[in-house]
Design a protein around this ligand. Structure first.
Ligand code: TYD
Ligand code: MG
Length: 457
C-alpha cells in the first residue's frame, strides 16, 4: 500500500492532535497554539513498535521509607559547565542545551565528550557525518578521543542497540529536532516527533540511569523549537547565547532540577574551541585606558557572579522626524523608559535625539542595576563630557527618578575595588553594609540628579 500524506493540527504547547484547526486547545486551554503538520499514513501503522521499556511493578510507598543514596555527580572537567549544571552531571538526567545555529552547541558538547576523564560518551549526531565530527575534534586538539564513540544516525529506535554496542556512561543527542521514531507517523522535526523522541529518551535515561544531553534548535522567537512540554519533560534546560560576531558566549541555566538557576557559565570561542572565562570582568576591561564620552562602567551581576561591564551610548540629533532608539544587549523598552525618566524627572531634552546603546562584548545583560550606567552613558554622550574612568555605577532607576536598591551590593563594590576602581556610585537605601573594608570610595545616592552631580561636576 502506498503511503498517504494527511494533514493534522498539533498544539505547540501540549502536543495534542486534532483533525481540524482550533482556536483554543481543548487539552491545555491555550489559545492560538495549533500548527499544521503533515503525517504519512501507511502500512507500518499496524506494526507500531512496542514501548521500548516496560515499566516495572510500581507501588506507592511511604516517603519516610525511601532511602536516598548520595547522588554521584560526574564532573565534566569543564568548570563553567559544571557550575551551570550545579556541580556536574547527575545520573539519569535529561539535559537540554538550546541555542542559535552556529553559536557553538556542538562544539561545547563535543569538547566535553573529549575531555571528560574515565567516562565513555556516545555521541549520536543527526546533523553531521562521523568524518565531520572527526574534523571538528581534531580542531579542538582535545586530550583523548578513545572514550568518545560517535555515530551518525537519526533513529531513536536504533539507540538501544547503539547503547548495547558501545556501553556508554553518557549519551549525547545532536540534535533532538533531527531525531525520528517509527512510532509516530509525522515527519522529522515535527512537534509530535520531537515529543515522542523526547519521551523515549526520558524512559531510557530514567530506566538505565544514563545521563542524556540533548541539543535543541531554537526558533526565531528564541524559544526551543518543538512543543513547550519539551522543557517540562527534561530535568535541565540550558541556553547557550551570545552574539555570533563576538567571541563571548554565555551558558545560562533556565531550569535545573538538581541545582540553582542563578548560575551562568562564560566562554570565549577561539580557533581551537571554547575557553572557560573565569574572570568575567576581562570582557570589558581591555584597552580601557583613556576616558571617552558616552562610556560608563556598570558593576553588574550575572547569576551569582559580579562583573564590570562597559556601556556605550551615542546620542545625536535626529536627522528625520521620529528619533531612532536602538540597543544591543539591552532591552529597548527599558531604554525608552529610562529616556522618558531622564526627560521628565531630570529635565534633559532627549526627545529629538537618536539614541544608540551598546553593551561591550556582545552579551545581553538583564540586571536592572545597569540602569544607572545606561543613563550616565547617554548623558555623557549628549553633553560630550567623558566620565572619569575610575568611576563605576550600580543602581536601578525608578519611574520617579529615584535610585532603587539592588541585590548583592557588597559583592559589586568588592569587585569594583578588586579591579582598581577609585569610586563607585550606589543606591543609598538597601541592607546596611560596611564598605570600609574595601579600598574604594563609595557614594550613596537616592536621586538621579545627585548621581549626575557627582559624575559631571
Ligand atoms: P557549532 O558548534 O557547529 O555550532 P552549533 O552546533 O551551535 O550550530 O559551532 C559553530 C561555529 O563555531 C562555527 O561557525 C565555527 C566556530 N568554531 C570556532 O570558532 N572554533 C572552533 O574550534 C570550532 C570547532 C568552531
Ligand atoms: Mg551543531
Amino acid at each position: 500500500m502506498a503511503l498517504k500524506v494527511k494533514t493534522v493540527y498539533v498544539c505547540r504547547e501540549c502536543g495534542a492532535e486534532s483533525p481540524k484547526w482550533m482556536g483554543r486547545c481543548s487539552q491545555c486551554g491555550e489559545w492560538n497554539t495549533f500548527v499544521e503538520e503533515q503525517v504519512t499514513v501507511g502500512p507500518q501503522k499496524s506494526q507500531l513498535a512496542q514501548p521500548v521499556i516496560t515499566q516495572a511493578t510500581i507501588t506507592p510507598m511511604p516517603l519516610a521509607s525511601i532511602q536516598v543514596s548520595e547522588i554521584g555527580r560526574t564532573s565534566t572537567a569543564n568548570g563553567e559547565l559544571d557550575r551551570v549544571l550545579g556541580g556536574g552531571i547527575v545520573p539519569g538526567a535529561l539535559i537540554l542545551i538550546g541555542g542559535e545555529p552556529g553559536i557553538g552547541k556542538s562544539t561545547l558538547v563535543l569538547q566535553m565528550a573529549l575531555s571528560i576523564p574515565d567516562r565513555k560518551v556516545l555521541y549520536v549526531s543527526g546533523e553531521e557525518s562521523t568524518q565531520q565530527i572527526k574534523i571538528r575534534a581534531e580542531r579542538l586538539k582535545s586530550v583523548s578521543t578513545d572514550n568518545c564513540m560517535v555515530v551518525s544516525d537519526t533513529s531513536i529506535d536504533r539507540l538501544q542497540s547503539h547503547i548495547e554496542a558501545s556501553k556508554p556512561d553518557i549519551i549525547v543527542i545532536d540534535s533532538i529536532q533531527t531525531m525520528e521514531t517509527e512510532r509516530v507517523e509525522s515527519f522529522q522535526g515535527s512537534i509530535s516527533q520531537i515529543k515522542e523522541c523526547t519521551s523515549m529518551l526520558m524512559h531510557i535515561a530514567k530506566s538505565t540511569g544514563l545521563p542524556i544531553i540533548l541539543i535543541g534548535h531554537i526558533n526565531k522567537d528564541g524559544q526551543i523549537a518543538g512543543p513547550k512540554i519539551l522543557e517540562h519533560m527534561v530535568d535541565v534546560v540550558l541556553q547557550f547565547e551570545g552574539d555570533r560576531n563576538h567571541m563571548y558566549r554565555i551558558l545560562r541555566s533556565i531550569k535545573n532540577r538538581f541545582g540553582s538557576t542563578n548560575e551562568i557559565g562564560i566562554f570565549e570561542m577561539l580557533g581551537d574551541g571554547l575557553r572557560e572565562v573565569t574572570n568575567p570582568s576581562e570582557m570589558l576591561l581591555n584597552e580601557y585606558s583613556q576616558s571617552l564620552s558616552g562610556v560608563a562602567v556598570a558593576a553588574a551581576m550575572e547569576g551569582m557572579r559580579p562583573f564590570l561591564i562597559e556601556v556605550q551610548a551615542l546620542a545625536s540629533t535626529a536627522a528625520y522626524g521620529t528619533p531612532q532608539r536602538s540597543a544591543t544587549g539591552f532591552d529597548v523598552r527599558r531604554l525608552n523608559m529610562l529616556l522618558a525618566v531622564l526627560e521628565k524627572r531630570a529635565g534633559f531634552k532627549l526627545a529629538a535625539k537618536d539614541v544608540f546603546l551598546n553593551i561591550a562584548g556582545g552579551i545581553k545583560v538583564a540586571d536592572p542595576a545597569i540602569d544607572l550606567a545606561v543613563a550616565a552613558s547617554i548623558l555623557s554622550s549628549n553633553a560630550d563630557i567623558a566620565i572619569n574612568n575610575g568611576i563605576c555605577l550600580a543602581g536601578e532607576i525608578g519611574l520617579s527618578g529615584e535610585i532603587r536598591p539592588v541585590n548583592r551590593i557588597e559583592q559589586r563594590v568588592g569587585e569594583a575595588a578588586k579591579l582598581g576602581f577609585k569610586s563607585i556610585i550606589i543606591p543609598k537605601y538597601g541592607p546596611r553594609t560596611n564598605f570600609k573594608k574595601f579600598d574604594i570610595e563609595v557614594h550613596q545616592v537616592c536621586r538621579l540628579d545627585e548621581a549626575f552631580r557627582l559624575l559631571f561636576s
